[in-house]
Write a protein that binds this ligand. Structure first.
Ligand code: ATP
Length: 190
């Protein structure tokens, strides 16, 4: 089974990685991180001086290296913006006919499902699996087929960017290779 985990990943952090590993283990699935070129529901709050789509994909590649369960899917980098998931799934179905995908969503993302572009087409294109911290309120939507509990890690990409901006350590909050990449390119400093 192949599951897609979409997001900005600006940058990828341990919260994303632990969730992906836990769900991959629970489902016996390979998880492909799907960095968005531009996230439709984040446009208003678009981060100034964030990393480029290519840089976000490179950081993901560094983060998954050596883990056979995790991979990076770059297809949205070549598709028109904004990165609508339904459009992405159609493009993947064309590229990989016969491959049934699972879409992995955090509870926060799943709560926004009703606002998605052409969400009614989603169930034909993929099974939706939601991961949530134990005890968290669970979103309801007809497209959701399964919920998996993952350990809660109170980390966000916003927090990582803020820490870098204030010259605070991000060690252990992101993989070492990602931390080195951010430092070498001077990302998120301003
Ligand atoms: P930002 O702070 O920039 O909004 P983020 O850390 O929430 O970013 P996204 O790139 O939006 O990261 O993450 C994609 C998805 O990963 C989110 O929709 C959310 O479901 C999930 N996610 C983010 N942080 C965590 C975390 N700490 N634990 C589990 N899942 C997370």
């Amino acid at each position: 089974m192949e599951a897609l985990f979409g997001g900005s990943f600006d940058p990828v952090h341990v919260g994303h990685l632990v969730a992906a590993e836990t769900v991959g283990d629970a489902l016996g699935a390979t998880i492909r991180f799907l960095p968005a070129r531009e996230q439709p529901l984040k446009r208003a709050a678009r981060v100034a001086h964030g990393a480029s789509p290519e840089q976000r994909a490179e950081m993901l590649q560094l983060a998954v290296a050596g883990n056979p369960r995790l991979a990076v899917e770059r297809i949205e980098l070549t598709l028109p913006t904004p990165s609508y998931t339904v459009r992405t799934l159609r493009a993947l179905a064309q590229r990989e006919p016969g491959n049934r995908f699972t879409l992995l969503l955090g509870a926060d993302a799943a709560a926004e499902l009703a606002a998605w572009f052409e969400v009614d087409a989603l169930p034909q294109l993929a099974d939706v699996v939601v991961f949530a911290r134990p005890g968290a309120p669970l979103p309801r939507h007809p497209a959701i087929s399964r919920i998996v509990e993952v350990p809660a890690l109170d980390v966000s990409a916003t927090m990582i960017r803020e820490r870098v901006r204030h010259a605070r350590s991000i060690r252990y909050l992101v993989p070492d290779a990602v931390r080195d990449y951010i430092a070498a390119r001077g990302l998120y400093r301003k």
